[in-house]
Ligand binder design. Structure first.
Ligand SMILES: [Fe+2]
Length: 255
């Protein structure tokens, strides 16, 4: 059994609020909860938007706070992040790609892939040929080992008017690739700031509430001009995997 934690969209700032929410306080509460109840879990994956504004000060303060976690953590890149700052200020596994924040984690229950969907200067995401080639080579090498993929940007339309325009732009190319492997068991995605689940090309997926601010409940014809963060509690996922079966316990906590 693999027991782990999944956090996403910290939007950390060293000072101030983001959409009316204090990301330091929310992260601190999450870490205290994890340390109190899940200190025996193997690691925590953080699926992007680590900081809000790509500054050295924010990453430095974030690192100080994340090292309070009693379990190791794996940082991933989102549209609000910057590769060189992540590489220089946060811990990354040795097998991380040289040019991207993309790597794999070997576990007793299979292989976890943490993808880099960042497109510099853009809110939308991309997986360039170099990252897709790494993915294909990694899936080929994994053979029948179960594979679980974490990524920031969603590769498919989710029926959310504002979020579908900032998804992974070459999502179909990515989905065509992974759907050709029976080994891919689950997609975990950040970016949405709200928990959704479903299947795409037969592969189950979930998004997760943010640690920072929450997206409002979806309504038709919504636009970014209407954006006001929802007054809802943040959450993280307690993820257990056994024999390629995935269980995600949605864990809300008070702000
Ligand atoms: Fe975000």
């Amino acid at each position: 059994m693999l027991n782990s934690i999944w956090m996403t969209d910290l939007h950390f700032v060293a000072q101030g609020l983001v959409h009316g929410v204090d990301p330091r306080k929310n992260l601190s509460t999450a870490i205290a909860h994890i340390n109190a109840h899940y200190a025996d879990h193997q690691f925590c994956i953080i699926s992007g938007d680590l900081v809000n504004q790509e500054t050295t000060e924010d990453y430095t303060a974030l690192e100080q706070q994340l090292k309070q976690l009693k379990i190791p953590y794996f940082p991933m890149i989102g549209n609000h992040d910057e590769r060189d700052l992540i590489r220089s200020l946060l811990p990354l596994p040795e097998n991380c790609m040289a040019e991207f924040i993309q790597y794999s984690i070997s576990t007793d229950e299979g292989l976890i892939l943490c993808l880099d969907t960042h497109k510099a200067g853009e809110v939308e995401g991309e997986l360039c040929n170099q990252r897709l080639e790494w993915l294909k080579n990694t899936l080929d090498a994994a053979q029948d080992t179960p594979v679980f993929i974490f990524m920031h940007h969603h590769p498919m339309e989710l029926g959310l008017p504002m979020l579908d325009s900032i998804k992974l732009q070459n999502g179909d190319e990515f989905l065509d690739l992974i759907a050709s492997y029976n080994s891919v068991k689950y997609l975990f995605m950040g970016h949405v700031h709200r928990a959704l689940s479903g299947t795409m090309r037969g592969i189950p997926f979930s998004t997760m509430s943010a640690i920072s601010f929450q997206a409002p409940a979806p309504v038709p014809n919504w636009t970014w001009d209407d954006f006001t963060a929802a007054d809802e509690a943040p959450a993280f996922g307690v993820v257990s995997i056994k024999n390629a079966d995935v269980n995600i316990k949605y864990t809300q906590f008070s702000q």
